[in-house]
Design a protein around this ligand. Structure first.
Ligand code: TXA
Ligand code: MG
Length: 745
């Protein structure tokens, strides 16, 4: 949401400020927002600090300000402002007890509003002088904005008596909270009235709108399953209640579908049937295990299905964190009990250890925080009784983005096996992958990119044991590096075995290998069971892609499956470390800094700068150092010191600007990008920012020179190349972005 807001105000960034609170692992917000991390699912000190920051930011607004409030599920715990008379510990104890008691989310929110000043319209009241517009991604059944993050911009009633009744009914004992509610109830005017005692002050000019909901997400998912050839049997948006009981009901529904089929419903015999549902179930935790309501649901469903039934399901929390244990949810299928038996599974479920079960059988779905929460997602795929093997059918010769799932990984494996290319996310940049053992597919990468054939590609492995197929290098020597940095953004250049195709090494006797850290890349490599080669998924010489959309923009006409793993975390390419010489030397600075490499081996030599390097000869490794211009926008790009930028007239209004400490004059209208001034966040945003600036094809893009510090080496390297010999790259070499193409047709 923060990114979308930033996008919406892209032309006005210098007037935008704000605070973004997100859970751990959700990444940091784009500049110019300040990023805070709150606690989840139980509020802690970080949540209190976040709550304070939000309340202060809202309180500092004046008439004429516009306050944009972005609310999504999970917000109740992320930011709190304990009401006078209660402490943070009370709030934490209250949250934990209410969740453990399986309390309905509406009931929980009603209680929270009474003990937390941020909730129930509290944030909007702080900003009452300003215009408040609140946009909500709903994670609650029924999509009432008052129940998302307990409604920070939605006015609410004070109903202390009802709150007390609820705590009583669910057996939630937090003495101070009960005392406070009791005092408020006793002081209220009509002690016998069960409902409202006072309506809280309605915030001033405040509008709240639900922009994304569980319902829109489920509908879209169902549509895409139907597009893939399935028949939709049911779509239930609001499954609530006990997770185990609901799972058994769902298994019954599946049995009914299979029965109809068995009874000769020919129309259904050969097609998959899907059941889609959402909502929010509950688990009353009694055991000692880990897990969440979705993994509990998944395990109960698996146990309720007959052995080896051709039924595949994914049950997950859309925010990527299902209860405790770090998984988003789990997959269920015919092989669910191959590793851990049904009997053991039954015992684990009884101990509330669904998380332990799916960790043990390998079917936990671990996504990390997804950044969006529209509540629970359940997809059940009832395969035809004799399931056909997955076959790659192509996408009508156009690129196609899919979100990672087991289905998508199977499709990608099938595509690679049939010689097609797959764009995969890595933690650095998106790669254009082909099976390393398929010479024709490797050749088609070079053709698609327009890459010279003597420019070697990196071999990507999902298992370090595959290294021996590529190199005879001393295992111990290599092991020092991979133990520390794999999977991760470090590529090793090693002596190539004689069998290694010289098409991959660009004719050299060395080979570059890395193991990417992105979970989707690893899932793909492991499912494929062999290595791929994967250069960055861009036309040769152009800026590397850091989102799935960037890839499509580079190859709008290629029959290409693009796995969407979200924006890349590192943002610039891997560091390339050459281990074939007398001392290790980096050939390209990147995701791993020289300082970290030197912690393993102090003698590592830094990259020799492009300008200092002699003209390339075939005997010299073809690293980007040998190619001055690379990673380049189409518009002429130049790097300028901040002092020069400050001089009046340094920048023409229509020129693009990428700045970090410099702030342009507020009236400036030209395309402007602001990146954070720490190297990690800067690198993450660099290519996307260059692409946004380039989209308008300004006469020139001016980049503020980053600090001269070794931690910025990778960034300096890319900027040096993006600006080298500008104009040398013919505009026609690089596809125009989509909009521009359509206009010119
Ligand atoms: O982060 C990355 O490494 C990304 C992602 C997709 O994994 N990949 C990437 O690939 O940047 P590519 O093809 O755009 O850049 C690979 C670089 C090339 O500049 C190439 O010259 C160098 O690796 N390289 C490959 N094999 C080499 C070798 N044997 N000796 C020296 N350099 C080599
Ligand atoms: Mg590249």
């Amino acid at each position: 949401m923060a990114h979308a807001a930033r996008e919406a105000y892209a032309s006005d960034l210098h007037r935008l400020t704000g605070v973004i609170v997100a859970p751990p692992g959700a990444g940091t917000a784009p500049a110019p927002f300040a990023s805070l991390c709150g606690d989840h699912p139980v509020p802690g000190r970080a949540s209190a600090l976040a709550g304070k920051a939000l309340m202060e930011a809202a309180g500092a607004t004046v008439a004429g300000d516009v306050v944009i409030v972005l609310v999504s599920g999970g917000g109740s715990a992320l930011a709190v402002a304990p009401r006078a008379g209660t402490s943070l510990d009370d709030l934490a104890a209250l949250h934990a007890a209410m969740v453990a008691r399986g309390m309905d989310v509406r009931d929980m929110n009603l209680v929270r509003r009474h003990v937390d000043d941020l909730k129930g319209g509290g944030l909007a009241r702080m900003a009452a002088a300003a215009t408040v517009r609140s946009f909500v991604v709903s994670d609650v059944v029924g999509d009432d904005p008052a129940d998302v993050a307990s409604g920070p911009t939605v006015a609410s009633r004070r109903e202390p008596r009802r709150a007390l009744d609820l705590l009583e009914r669910y057996g939630v004992e937090v003495a101070t909270v009960r005392r406070m509610l009791r005092a408020e109830a006793d002081a209220s005017v009509e002690p016998t009235l069960h409902t409202d005692s006072a309506v809280s002050v309605a915030p001033g000019d405040c509008l709240t709108e639900v922009v994304v909901s569980a319902s829109s997400c489920l509908q879209a998912a169902a549509r895409s399953l139907v597009d893939d050839g399935a028949v939709l049997h049911s779509l239930q948006e609001a499954v609530v209640g006990d997770a185990r009981r609901q799972a058994v009901d769902l298994a019954r529904e599946v049995a009914a579908v299979r029965k109809v089929r068995a009874n000769g419903a020919d129309a259904l015999r050969d097609v998959p049937v899907v059941l889609v549902s959402g909502g929010e179930t509950t688990v009353h935790v009694r055991g000692r295990g880990t897990g969440g309501r979705n993994q509990t649901f998944a395990l109960a469903l698996a146990l309720a299905l007959p052995d080896r039934a051709p039924v595949h399901a994914l049950v997950a929390d859309s925010d990527g964190l299902d209860g405790v244990g770090g998984a988003a949810g789990a997959f269920v299928g015919p092989s669910t009990f191959d590793v851990v038996s049904r009997a053991e599974a039954t015992a684990m479920l009884a101990d509330d250890d669904s998380g332990g079960f799916f960790r043990a059988n390998g079917d936990a779905w671990v996504t990390g925080a997804t950044g969006t929460n529209v509540n629970d997602l359940r997809f059940v795929w009832v395969a035809p009784e004799e399931a056909a093997p997955v076959e790659w059918t192509g996408f009508d010769r156009a690129p196609h983005i899919v979100t990672p799932s087991r289905w998508a990984i199977d499709q990608a494996v099938a595509a690679l096996r049939s010689g097609r290319l797959v764009a995969m996310p890595t933690e650095t940049v998106y790669g254009l992958a082909a099976r390393a053992s398929d010479p024709q597919a490797v050749a088609s990468i070079y053709a698609a990119k327009g890459r010279p054939s003597d420019h070697p590609v990196i071999v990507h492995v999902g298992d370090a044991a595959q290294l021996s197929q590529w190199t005879d290098a001393d295992a111990e020597l290599v092991d020092r590096w991979i133990r520390r940095f794999w999977p991760g953004p470090l590529t090793l250049v090693l002596p190539a075995r004689a069998q290694v195709s010289r098409a991959i090494t660009g004719g050299q006797d060395t080979v570059a290998v890395r193991m990417p850290a992105h979970p989707v890349a690893l899932a793909l490599l492991r499912a494929l069971g062999e290595a791929v080669v994967a250069p960055s998924a861009n036309r040769f010489g152009h800026v590397s892609p850091t989102t799935a959309e960037h890839v499509i923009g580079e190859f709008p006409d290629l029959d290409l499956l693009v796995l969407d793993g979200g924006p890349c975390d590192v943002g610039i390419e891997s560091t390339i470390l050459d281990l074939t010489g007398a001392v290790p030397r980096t050939l390209r600075p990147g995701g791993v800094t020289l300082r970290r490499l030197r912690e393993v081996e102090p003698t590592v030599e830094p990259t020799v700068e492009a300008a200092a390097e002699p003209a390339p000869s075939p005997a010299v490794p073809r690293v980007p150092g040998a190619l001055a211009r690379h990673y380049a926008p189409i518009s002429h790009t130049t790097v300028v010191d901040v002092d020069a930028l400050r001089r009046p007239g340094s920048l023409r209004p229509e020129e693009g600007l990428l700045c970090l400490s410099f702030r342009p004059d507020p009236g400036r209208e030209g395309p402007t990008e602001v990146l954070a001034d720490d190297p990690v966040t800067y690198a993450r945003g660099l290519y996307a920012a260059l692409r946004r600036l380039d989209a308008a094809r300004p006469p020139r893009i001016v980049v503020e020179r980053p600090p001269d510090d070794p931690a910025w080496a990778g960034i300096h390297d890319r900027l040096r190349r993006a600006t080298a010999g500008a104009g040398a790259l013919d505009v026609h070499d690089v596809p125009a972005p989509r909009e521009a193409r359509e206009e010119s047709m």
